[in-house]
Design a protein around this ligand. Sequence first.
Ligand SMILES: [Fe+2]
Length: 367
Amino acid sequence: MSFAGLSLLPRLRPDLRLRLRTHLRPGRRPSRHLITAGLLVLAVLPLPLLAAEVNLYSARSEELIKPLLDRFTQETGIKVNLVTGKEDALLQRLQSEGLNSPADLLITTDVGRLHRAKEAGVTQAVSSARLESAIPAAYRDPTGHWFGLTLRARPILYVAGKVKAEELSTYEDLADPKWKGRVCIRSSDNVYNQSLVASLIAADGAEATETWAKGLVANLARPPKGGDRDQILAAAAGQCDLAIANTYYLAGMLIAPEANQREAAAKMKVFWPNQAGRGVHVNVSGAALTQGAKNRAEAIQLLEYLSGDQGQTWYAETNGEYPVRPGVPVSATLAAWGEFKADGINLTRLGELNGEAVKLMDRAGWK
Ligand SMILES: [Fe+2]
């Protein structure tokens, strides 16, 4: 007689595990009545106690990820317990919980934050051939501490009719006096801008980037305020001619329930800068296995699912983002903006340069 329930031992309550192990030590044949008793215990256990699960802290809102997690559960039988929160709050929570954190996996946005999580010691390395072949090296941590799952670009948006595409060229050109009073961009305390500036430091050096940042600040149409959507609204309202924003905001506004958002987005065109050089600045949303992950195998399985064909198509499209995997089709909205060359720098470098970028923006007077 084989003991079918043995493989479930690691997921049982510790007290039950102990009781069953005591009777099932190798070399000691368990008596028939003990086995029967064990089977009876297993039979009356409530199902969730036996179910494999993953505990996920997600900075992405529930509607952006829950349907995909449900599909994962359907396919694998692994339950996902989802906790959503703000990016910085989740990182702080992981830090204060330390190894006792119930979280197995953290999903957050921007490499600046993924790198911060790694530096804070709340992540651990994962080695997975599936993840390594699915996700290009530039979009994952070289030591396996985080993996990009969706890609976002931060191009220049311009008001159709006020600017011609031929007048635009690079991020560097935005410091040219011809754009005086015509640029809208959010504040320097935003991680998206910090990563953008880090990419300029990596390409042009710190000194040239500081000069550039001063020129950009001199060209701003108004002191930085609001988020990316607000820059698009301001441009459409005639306050500026150029706006810097992540593409998914524009995609979201095009199908927003509010008419003013749709109308503003319809006035904007996407310009892909630096196409003759390093390419447009891109960033990721991604995931990291937590330092104390108790459901390690299940968490890695979820990561692999999110990097797979199904995960990539749905996950990227739902938020108007690009798949990290080459060859996965993009949504019709994104396809209409055309293809672009992306900056090929390993995003980890942007995380490393984040502190320098913040100081530089401060010195340049970027509010
Ligand atoms: Fe965002």
